[in-house]
Ligand binder design. Structure first.
Ligand SMILES: O=C(O)[C@@H](COP(=O)(O)O)OP(=O)(O)O
Length: 259
């Protein structure tokens, strides 16, 4: 029997999603389309009668902005929003800023798929010569984390994302859900994939085939031990959702638009 409901949400489209560049820890805002996606998501949730008591986001603006727009559309601006770097997008290391289609042309589509979707393959780490290194590590938000700045990742596989996310899930989010509060996690494609892997016990092979589109709420119905009692539901027009998933998958093809 379903005891708890939980929503996961990949933020609305960001400027670099549109340009097909790995965004990761670079702090990009939502595109105009991303703003509309987040507002539509909030309207849909309201229409379907959902309410939230607490929202958790990463410390990247696109996930925070999405949470605000969803809450505004639902008339729930007062709801507390808690932010943690542990919900940040996966750290894509030296790939940050690069265009996926160009990477597919240079390294092959298979390699790009391995970098993007495999469970335990890490891209090469970012170093000080990288054009976005200073922007990321000099950003004051990374002095506020619960680990020293020097210990923050320089690259991550999905496995490392899960390793840094799980303590936050277990210690902070789980008690809130178990207290009966309705929670929205407004995060990123890969931080949500990592959490789905954990909650749905998805194998390392099968997680490769899980892709989340931007701005689509994912409803999980969980039992008292927070195990899913039915398959996840992506809310909205199912044909549009499938097209949006394919678009994200196709970003790693050599002939993708916005090369
Ligand atoms: O870092 C990025 O560019 C995307 C994910 O990229 P892919 O894993 O889909 O390549 O993350 P998000 O837009 O969810 O923050």
């Amino acid at each position: 029997m379903s005891k708890y409901k939980l929503f996961l949400l990949r933020h609305g489209e960001g400027a670099w999603n549109k340009e097909n560049r790995f965004c990761s820890w670079v702090d990009q805002k939502l595109s105009e389309n991303g703003v509309v996606e987040a507002q539509e998501c909030g309207r849909l949730l309201k229409e379907q009668g959902y309410q939230f008591d607490q929202v958790f986001t990463s410390i990247l603006s696109r996930s925070v902005q999405t949470a605000w727009l969803v809450l505004e559309a639902m008339g729930l601006e007062w709801v507390p929003v808690t932010k943690s770097w542990r919900l940040n997008e996966r750290h894509y290391g030296a790939l940050i800023g690069l265009n996926r289609a160009e990477m597919a042309l240079n390294h092959g589509e298979e390699q790009v798929k391995l970098w993007r979707r495999s469970y335990d393959i890490m891209p090469p780490p970012i170093d000080e010569s990288h054009p976005y290194y200073a922007e990321i590590y000099n950003d004051r938000r990374y002095s506020t984390c619960d680990v020293p700045k020097e210990e923050l990742p320089k690259t991550e596989s999905l496995k490392e994302v899960l390793d840094r996310l799980l303590p936050y899930w277990n210690d902070v989010i789980v008690p809130v859900i178990k207290s009966g509060q309705m929670v929205l996690i407004s995060a990123h494609g890969n931080s949500c994939r990592a959490l789905l892997k954990h909650l749905e016990d998805i194998s390392e092979t099968d997680i490769v085939n899980v892709t989340l589109p931007t701005g689509i709420p994912v409803l999980l119905e969980l039992d008292e031990d927070l195990r899913p009692v039915k398959p996840r539901q992506l809310l909205g027009d199912q044909a549009k959702i499938q097209a949006a998933i394919k678009k994200v998958e196709d970003q790693g093809k050599a002939n993708a638009q916005n090369k």
